[in-house]
Write a protein that binds this ligand. Structure first.
Ligand code: ADP
Ligand code: MG
Length: 613
């Protein structure tokens, strides 16, 4: 092959500053891109073999090698995949990529202000120039009689192509790092990045530091020479007179640094509980056991696999923070990509692998993608199905988990209408007795208590007088609007509100325990959607249930006195003060708060905390 020299296509000198600028915070992404290219090259060859087009040697083992050289400040990525012919290099490296990059430039040049526009999604081979002044490719195609090719480019705007020397199938990419990027030739830094992006790549990745001395195992002593002889690892074994063998030097058998079969790729029926827990520990470094998990496994109409874990959480709001790791063909893309994953799901911990995601587009395009929306709806549905299934079939576990999962469910209801619609019948509440009940159950119980009481009263009244019932029914129709709503009493702090709780218990009135910050916006939303409910904290205006009848006249003097006092103390002469006598004579006095005013305040606090709007 003759030496070729050429100029790379238009505008390329404009591209690199832009790539560098936009990918700035994600410089390490080149490692993912180059390893994925190696993995793609291997996948292609596997396919060719399956189709009978390529024949591979019996002992063929696919692998990717990454070699750092901290002294020379280089990084090598070697694969034994398809390789490229000279024509392919011209087509795939010289032209397509550059025109791709040009397209990219045209698309985004006006959007320089949009932060991190492509962020995590990378640019393929050319991302190498973010960190390297010079990049070389040495490649030999799998095809019979192929000649090896050497390609190199400094700065990425011009290239040279010559006959190469590579004599084994595959591709070797060498990066001569620029000064700002020397860190990537450091063994630990490079490993860290590989672990971040490639822990679950489908091809084995071997890592080596070219400057480090060969690693050796501790010398091993065995008494069975047979066993030693059978061990491939042992070289230079010495057999002592008594027949025991001492291995002098045993080079460590290199191990791949990744796991090529992550649990989410297995069929759920083939995964054990221990495997799920171990995977959770390894990936999320959370040593508290997850409560339960959902294994997503879908081939049609799109390909999506993953595992979502419900972590054990505290009831404090700020500890509600999960991680959803997004993968594309077992290659890590990023954590918590809000364009793909419904926001409330990010309170969970999990992995989602979706090879069909259009990840080579900008994030803003992702956000408007109908397909992405479908994926996100599917995940939401699966989560709702799991939860409702548990409510129906494993009520006890559901109740046991409720305190942990309810903030998540409530947040989901607030954020996602479809989720709320699916979950609304499976929301339970803890009551004063510590039992879990639904709202209809609460209403039914309180109506029963009511009718029991009214029945008693009626019986008594019937005897006394018969005439006042007509008057009463007129009065009632005025209040009808309000009375149609079922009032649900609730407690936000069992200690602070204990006095009220006792009063409620004495009167045989139930209340729900709603201590989480999310409960305030949640019940407000609930009232909007289910208009027959009105929530009222037990220290709010609770007069209806506790007031002694016909007492207002007698309290006039006290009312005037107290009004004056409170108006003065609170410096508000418009303050409305109500004075009434309570049925319960153990309570000397109580302060009540307006439900609306208090709830507004708490909601504002909550919105500020969580940026909900
Ligand atoms: P993409 O991977 O999205 O196609 P890249 O810029 O990463 O874009 O790579 C461009 C093309 O160059 C690939 O599609 C492939 O044809 C070729 N290529 C890159 N790296 C390799 C490799 N290690 N082995 C074989 N071909 C490669
Ligand atoms: Mg690529």
């Amino acid at each position: 092959m003759n030496k070729e020299h050429g100029s790379l296509s238009i505008n390329s000198e404009n591209i690199f500053p832009i790539i560098k600028k936009w990918l700035y915070s994600d410089h390490d992404i080149f490692i993912r891109e180059l390893i994925s290219n190696g993995s793609d090259a291997i996948t292609k060859l596997k396919k060719l073999e399956l189709m009978g087009e390529a024949t591979l040697p019996d002992d063929n083992k696919f692998r990717i090698d990454v070699i750092v050289n901290p002294e020379e400040k280089t990084l090598k990525f070697i694969d034994n995949g398809v390789g490229m012919t000279a024509d392919e290099v011209k087509e795939y490296i010289n032209q397509i990529a550059f025109s791709g990059a040009t397209d990219f430039l045209n698309k985004y040049k006006d959007k320089a202000n949009e932060d991190q526009i492509i962020g995590h999604f990378g640019l393929g081979f050319y991302s190498a120039f973010m960190v390297a002044d010079k990049v070389t490719i040495d490649t030999l195609s799998w095809q019979e009689g192929a000649e090896s090719v050497h390609w190199e480019s400094e700065g990425g705007t011009e290239f040279t192509m010559t006959q190469g020397t590579r004599d084994t199938r595959g591709t070797e990419i060498t990066l001569y790092l620029n000064e700002e990027s020397y860190e990537f030739s450091n063994e630990y830094r490079a490993k860290e990045v590989i672990n971040k992006y490639c822990s679950f790549m489908p091809v084995e990745i071997y890592f080596k530091n070219a400057n480090a001395p060969e690693e050796f195992e501790e010398s091993v002593e065995t008494t069975d020479p047979e066993e030693n002889a059978a061990d491939d690892n042992i070289i230079d074994a010495e057999v002592k007179e008594d027949g025991t063998a001492v291995d002098k030097k045993v080079p460590k058998q290199p191990e791949p640094i990744n796991n090529t079969t992550p649990l989410w790729m297995k069929h759920p029926n083939d995964c054990t509980e221990e495997e799920y827990k171990e995977f959770y520990r390894n990936v999320f470094h959370d040593y508290k056991e997850p409560l339960f998990w959902i294994h997503l496994n879908m081939d049609y109409p799109f390909n999506l696999k993953g595992i979502l874990y419900f972590p054990k959480i505290n009831t404090e709001y700020d500890s509600l923070e999960g991680t959803i790791k997004l993968y594309c063909n077992q290659v890590f893309i990023a954590d918590n990509i809000k364009e793909v994953i419904p926001e409330f799901l990010m309170l969970l911990k999990g992995t989602i692998d979706c090879p069909d995601l259009p990840l080579n587009v900008s994030r803003s395009a992702l956000q408007n993608d109908g397909f992405v929306k479908k994926i996100s709806d599917y995940i939401t549905k699966k989560v709702a199905d799991k939860l409702s299934g548990m409510y129906k079939l494993e009520k006890e576990s559901y109740e046991n988990f409720w305190d942990d999962i309810s903030p998540f469910i409530k947040f989901g209801c607030l954020k996602d209408d479809k989720f709320r619609e699916k979950m609304k019948d499976f929301i339970i509440f803890k009551n004063l007795e510590g039992k879990y009940i639904t709202l209809p159950e609460y209403v039914k119980a309180s109506e029963k208590a009511d009718t029991d009481e009214t029945a008693e009263e009626n019986a008594a009244q019937d005897k006394a007088e018969d005439t006042s019932s007509k008057e009463k029914s007129e009065e009632a129709s005025d209040k009808k609007e309000d009375e149609e709503k079922h009032v649900i009493y609730y407690v936000t702090n069992e200690q602070q509100q204990s006095q009220y709780i006792n009063m409620f218990k004495e009167e045989g009135i139930d209340a729900l325990i709603l201590t989480h910050n999310i409960d305030q916006p949640f019940i407000t939303q609930l009232e909007q959607h289910e208009r027959s409910y009105r929530f009222q904290r037990i220290d709010a205006d609770i007069t209806d249930s506790f007031k002694e009848d016909n007492d207002e006249e007698g309290l006039k003097a006290q009312h005037d006195k107290l009004s004056e006092l409170f108006r003065k103390v609170l410096n508000n002469d418009k303050l409305e003060v109500k004075v009434m006598k309570l049925k319960n004579d153990k309570v000397s006095s109580m302060i009540t708060l307006s439900e609306e005013g208090r709830r507004m305040q708490e909601m504002m606090k909550m919105y500020n905390m969580y940026g909900m709007n």
